[in-house]
Ligand binder design. Structure first.
Ligand SMILES: [Zn+2]
Length: 105
């Protein structure tokens, strides 16, 4: 169930947002949303590389509260707005994962 919610929020939800709010450019917007998942590359500098019980938010550099603050500021600029939206949806998904961890770990 947790996996299903996770992948829906990472893949399905951005797809819905792209088609509802960016109808004409939905394909491009969805592609940009998918690219924002590259933010998870910051996990590569973590030791250990993968820990199912570690909350990404506040741990990895691009998932820090400072980074999230930058993403929120990026929302105010049309050029970076879509990227910021993708990044913030990603952070929200990871934050939901963290709340699952409190139950399962
Ligand atoms: Zn992440």
């Amino acid at each position: 169930m947790q996996q299903l919610v996770h992948y829906f929020l990472h893949l399905g939800f951005p797809f819905i947002i792209a088609f509802i709010f960016f109808r004409k450019k939905a394909g491009l917007v969805y592609f940009i949303f998918l690219l924002t998942m590259l933010v998870d590359l910051d996990h590569l500098v973590a030791v250990p590389l993968f820990d199912p019980c570690r909350c990404s938010i506040g741990f990895h550099p691009l998932h820090s509260y400072y980074a999230i603050g930058v993403y929120i500021i990026m929302l105010f600029f049309p050029r970076t707005r879509i990227i910021a939206l993708g990044l913030l949806m990603h952070m929200a998904t990871d934050a939901i994962d963290c709340s699952w961890m409190q139950v399962n770990c």
